[in-house]
Design a protein around this ligand. Sequence first.
Ligand code: C2E
Ligand code: MG
Ligand code: MG
Ligand code: MG
Length: 287
Amino acid sequence: AAKSAGRNTMRRFVESMNVQAFERLTIENGLRRAIERGEISLHYQPQFDAIDDRAVGVEALARWTSPQLGVVPPDRFIPVAEESGMIHALGELVLLQACQLQRRWQNGPNAHLLVAVNISALQFTGQDFVASVAAILHETGADARRIELEITETALMGHGPEQLERLERLRALGLTLALDDFGTGYSSLGRLNRLPITRLKLDRSFVQHLPSDADSAAIANATLSMARALKLEVIAEGIETEAQKAYLFARGCRLMQGYLYSRPLPEEALEAFLAEAAQRAAADEHI
Ligand code: C2E
Ligand code: MG
Ligand code: MG
Ligand code: MG
């Protein structure tokens, strides 16, 4: 009986491996076509200054709607894009769309908003990365000062002078740089000080359990005091409750992003949302 139970476990294991491998292959094949056929679009999540609840920017988040698979979340297809080398083409597509949005916004009510774009670790280390960013900026006519690149804290860990120089070259193009998912890596004060970044994005995992969880509170507070010492901005991601917002705001964190304000939205809904938010903020000013 023990033997057959073992066999069953083994078979289930192999079957689940096959299902996983099959899923991966389906995603990989589908993704190749999705990039070519324009099935990848962007949603945008607004970012706010909590001092007056005015929007200061938006984060572009990739969305894949596949005719076969339905909506595939980025956590599923970004890793596959990295493993299969498609991340470079995908990343360019994302940056292109984000820059086109910024270009359309110039001379309009959203001209001041920052458009933040996620850059994967692998994409960042690509040989032609900086050149491709420069080409997209040039081609679209986007204002580089309104484009922010989000690079994860862990992507920059353990990298030497070459990565630092790459960051400097991006800064020289006029872009701003944010460290995404901050708190999940092990950046020291000294190391942070050498990076040409302007902003830390406090990871959602530390925001989620505020204000009651002591460990989260310790990390949030440490991040805020580090940022203050280095004159960096902090934006908290994943703000879902008024209590989270109030806790962080009271400790000097002004910038916020999360479902409390808005979910990521397709472009048209975003523009309607931003117009309404601007009206509300202006009305509050006259009270
Ligand atoms: P991220 O850059 O840390 O983005 C924040 C994620 O948190 C987004 O998930 C967003 O929808 C979600 N989020 C925002 N506010 C809240 C909240 O209040 N509550 C909860 N529960 N979630 C919230 P999304 O869009 O599924 O993206 C997941 C991750 O996939 C991103 O994490 C980023 O690492 C990656 N990603 C997304 N788009 C791109 C892209 O264009 N390029 C690259 N390289 N990575 C991307
Ligand atoms: Mg991000
Ligand atoms: Mg993040
Ligand atoms: Mg995160």
